[in-house]
Design a protein around this ligand. Structure first.
Ligand code: MG
Length: 486
């Protein structure tokens, strides 16, 4: 390896140690920390972020020199690119902006929670105005070619632009609407099911979730599963990957599919190339690629007829209330289609309309074509246009997600890209047969080779071209939805 790159890698180990600690602190905060620990955890975490930024800035001169190097191999080029992106952010954004954003977002999440509970948008409005203003400043400082929102999209999905997302939705939404209307009219996939109200025993359900992680071959000595309100995955190290799931006491598919979803994220983290572990390219390629892995396991595999057939006997023997339900019944319950106001409850057919609503609004807020006071009515109008329903209040409308209170502008399209990429991957090999056989090892091997092992050596679009021969291609998702639902 080039000696200069070697030096960057050796300094990077400190950054890796800080993010290792941060990941563990966050995992603990969401799982076992006593509630009063929150404020000390906030202080510790903020100090670690400052240390991380300082460490990055200390390697800036090395990275400047490395950017001049010729004849680097793919890994070395990846390292320079990834560290360069981080440094671009840390050098372009003045520390007072970073600090102001961090302060306003920690206050705003508390205010947002209350505003959502009471469905009072006006309580959150001034915070959202401030956050939008800061995000607009960040977009200007980072710079962009065509649209200020491009600068924010790029933070989550390297190189993604408004132009690309616009054309993706233009292709995806009309077909999705057509599919949705047909499915609803035909009624083969129901819009409600009595199992939604059936209560389960948490201990029995825990057994089902453990069974599922074992079926997917999650390694016991490198993986664990705990409980939190909002399920998540954290890759603390390549040999220490953790997921959480949730138990709400009824509608058992929610906990089951959370577990499969997070296992999909975890498999990605577990299959990164250990040789890259302490280097800047030892992380996942992007948010959308990460999400594609969770949705591939949750939806493409988990909600398929083949997978259900495989797990049906075990589900029946573990959950006594299933005795009255046939395989076909469960399949319909797992794949209900219902235009509904809440994104996190949305099915595969209607999901992408929810991200489109947020994308359209964010784009206009960041370009200054819309003011924050217009958000609630603009939200409701788009929901009506896309799904034919109007939220009955702001809690089930524009106040439902926490992303804006946390300053995550530019994130929502990654969910839809994740769906798109999952469908692209499905059509690159003979998946159904492997699921029918329960041959998850060869599915994982395929994903390791195509996606996981490369970390972030390549930018997401290039990784995708290498894996599927195309960049983001909504036609695969449309094909998948048509085949499954029509
Ligand atoms: Mg996810």
């Amino acid at each position: 390896m080039n000696p200069l790159i070697e030096e960057i890698n050796s300094k990077y180990r400190r950054i890796k140690a800080i993010s290792h600690a941060q990941a563990l602190l966050r995992w603990d905060l969401e799982t076992y920390m006593p509630p009063k620990g929150a404020s000390a955890r906030g202080v510790a975490s903020a100090e670690l972020s400052v240390m991380e930024q300082e460490t990055y800035l200390s390697i800036a001169p090395l990275v400047d020199r490395a950017q001049e190097l010729k004849d680097l191999n793919d890994v070395e080029r990846g390292i320079v690119r990834v560290v360069g992106r981080e440094l671009k952010y840390y050098t372009a954004i003045p520390p007072e902006v970073v600090k102001e954003l961090s302060q306003i977002t920690s206050e705003a999440s508390v205010v947002w929670r209350q505003a959502r509970r009471e469905s009072q948008f006006h309580k959150f409005k001034s915070y959202l105005e401030k956050i939008v203003e800061l995000e607009r400043t960040i977009a200007e400082k980072l710079g962009y070619k065509e649209h200020p929102y491009d600068a924010l999209l790029d933070r989550y999905e390297e190189g993604l632009t408004v132009k690309e997302v616009d054309s993706l939705y233009q292709e995806l939404l009309p077909s999705s609407k057509e599919i949705m209307e047909k499915v609803v009219a035909e009624g083969r996939f129901p819009s409600s099911h009595e199992l939604e109200e059936v209560r389960y025993d948490v201990e029995e359900m825990r057994g089902v979730n453990v069974f599922l992680t074992e079926l997917l071959g999650m390694p016991k000595d490198r993986f664990r599963m705990d409980v939190s309100t909002h399920p998540f995955t954290t890759g603390i190290a390549v040999d220490d990957v953790r997921i959480t799931t949730r138990y709400e006491g009824k509608d058992f598919r929610a906990t089951m599919f959370s577990t499969i979803h997070e296992s999909g994220h975890a498999i990605y983290e577990l299959q990164l190339d250990p040789k890259l572990e302490y280097t800047p390219v030892g992380n996942a390629a992007s948010y959308a690629i990460h999400e594609s892995q969770s949705r591939f396991w949750e939806n493409v595999i988990g909600r398929s007829a083949q997978f259900l057939q495989l797990i049906y006997p075990e589900l029946k023997s573990r959950l006594s209330f299933l005795s009255r339900y046939s395989l076909e019944d469960l399949y319909r319950y797992f794949n209900m289609v219902r235009p509904s106001p809440i994104r996190v409850d949305a099915d595969e057919v209607t999901y992408n309309f929810h991200t489109a609503v947020r994308y359209e609004l964010e784009k206009k807020l960041i370009s200054g074509d819309m003011s924050v006071s217009d958000v609630p009515s603009a939200w409701d109008d788009l929901m009506e246009k896309f799904l034919g329903i109007r939220p009955k209040n702001d809690s089930e409308g524009c106040l439902q997600d926490g992303h804006w209170s946390g300053g995550s502008f530019g994130y929502f399209p990654s969910y839809t890209l994740g769906n798109v990429i999952a469908a692209q991957l499905k059509y690159t090999f003979n998946l159904e047969e492997k699921v029918r056989m329960g041959d998850f090892n060869s599915i994982k091997e395929f994903l390791r080779e195509k996606v996981h092992r490369w970390g972030s050596i390549y930018p997401p679009k290039e990784l995708l071209r290498r894996a599927t021969g195309r960049e983001y291609d909504p036609s695969s998702l449309i094909k998948y939805l048509r085949e499954k639902y029509l």
